[in-house]
Design a protein around this ligand. Structure first.
Ligand code: PMP
Length: 329
């Protein structure tokens, strides 16, 4: 079944909800749901790639663990374990037939229509868990991976860990991301880089950032109000395997301008070079050699053409495992 085709985007006709596969059109919530009014959701963004051995999800276990970590911070107990959500995701993918796709697990506070509650207090509000999937091309554009993008430093400060913990991937964090992204787009840039509340480099609206200086990789530490990116971790591990030194340390805004190379990492953005910041050309103004090497190795890993560093298992194959735990509604 092909699913909905919005322009060139194919969307799965099915959604996993609380342990069951339901139709896309039935995956709806009430406008007075807690999440709509108070932003109470946590979510993930995951990619499934066509590998030499068929479709496989990249670092599925780590993504679902981060989802559960985000939910834990916000005291949201979905009632589903990591294996439950992993199995549900794989079952959804088998029923979706999309090959390469983006996967969006989501845990949210809904509405008990028999016992509605409209206040901020989240206790007692029902929690629903969903997984949706669709085909999504290159987030920052196909040619961006080669030519690089133009970005700006945002006038907006990244959320701070004692107000909105960046460590949790919460829907509400993306109000801050939207301010950063809108300002960038209106200024003619593809993306914005936020500084943290101390003025150090934090991250993009939906990406982590890396500098290359004298052959070394430098990236902000988790303390700079960043999401602990799974692509960030993958790049760090690949770099170390290649013998490239990696420093996680505070970075001043002006160091962005003086870097030899600069790139974003993220599930959607993958490894996207940055060619200019605030109209100041970075390095040679195009993808640098270390960025290119890291991209090359990363793309080999995600396509199953070479093993992950240190023999880790980063690919979960979608092919039928026989047993199906998820009921079809
Ligand atoms: N930071 C933010 C704010 C993000 O939204 C994302 C995308 N999930 C990232 C960093 C990169 O994380 P990952 O590599 O796990 O996708």
């Amino acid at each position: 079944m092909a699913g909905k085709d919005v322009a060139t985007m194919k969307i799965s006709p099915k959604v996993w909800k609380n342990g069951q596969i339901i139709d896309w059109d039935d995956a709806r919530i009430h406008v007075m749901s807690h999440v709509v009014n108070y932003g109470s959701s946590v979510f993930e963004g995951i990619r499934c790639y066509n590998t030499v051995d068929g479709p496989a999800v990249f670092r599925l276990t780590e993504h679902i663990q981060r989802l559960l970590n985000s939910a834990k911070i916000y005291r949201m107990d979905s009632g589903f374990t990591r294996p439950d959500i992993i199995d549900g995701t794989l079952e959804l993918l088998r029923q979706s037939n999309l090959d390469e796709c983006y996967i969006r697990p989501l845990i949210l506070r809904g509405l008990d229509e028999n016992k509605p509650a409209f206040g901020v207090n989240p206790f007692g509000i029902p929690i629903d868990t969903y997984v949706a999937t669709w085909q999504w091309g290159k987030y920052l554009g196909e040619e961006a991976l080669e030519t690089g993008i133009d970005v700006c430093v945002s006038s907006w400060t990244r959320i701070t860990s004692n107000s909105m913990p960046a460590m949790a991937k919460a829907g509400a964090n993306y109000m801050n991301s939207q301010l950063i992204k809108m300002e960038a787009i209106l200024g003619g840039f593809s993306e914005g880089i936020a500084l943290d509340d101390r003025g150090y480099v934090s991250e993009g609206s939906g990406e982590n950032i890396f500098l290359v200086n004298n052959g070394k990789l430098i990236t902000p530490p988790l303390g700079a109000s960043i999401l602990p990116g799974i692509t960030r971790d993958s790049v760090i591990q690949i770099a170390k395997e290649l013998g490239i030194e990696v420093l996680e340390t505070t970075i001043q805004r002006s160091a962005l301008y003086l870097a030899d190379e600069l790139f974003f990492t993220g599930t959607a953005a993958e490894i996207t070079p940055i060619r200019a910041v605030d109209h100041i050309t970075v390095g040679a103004g195009k993808r640098g050699p270390i960025t290119e090497k890291l991209q090359e190795e990363f793309f080999k890993v995600i396509r199953g053409e070479r093993p992950a560093p240190a023999g880790a298992n980063w690919l979960t194959y979608v092919k039928d495992t026989g047993e199906k735990k998820t009921a079809v509604a």
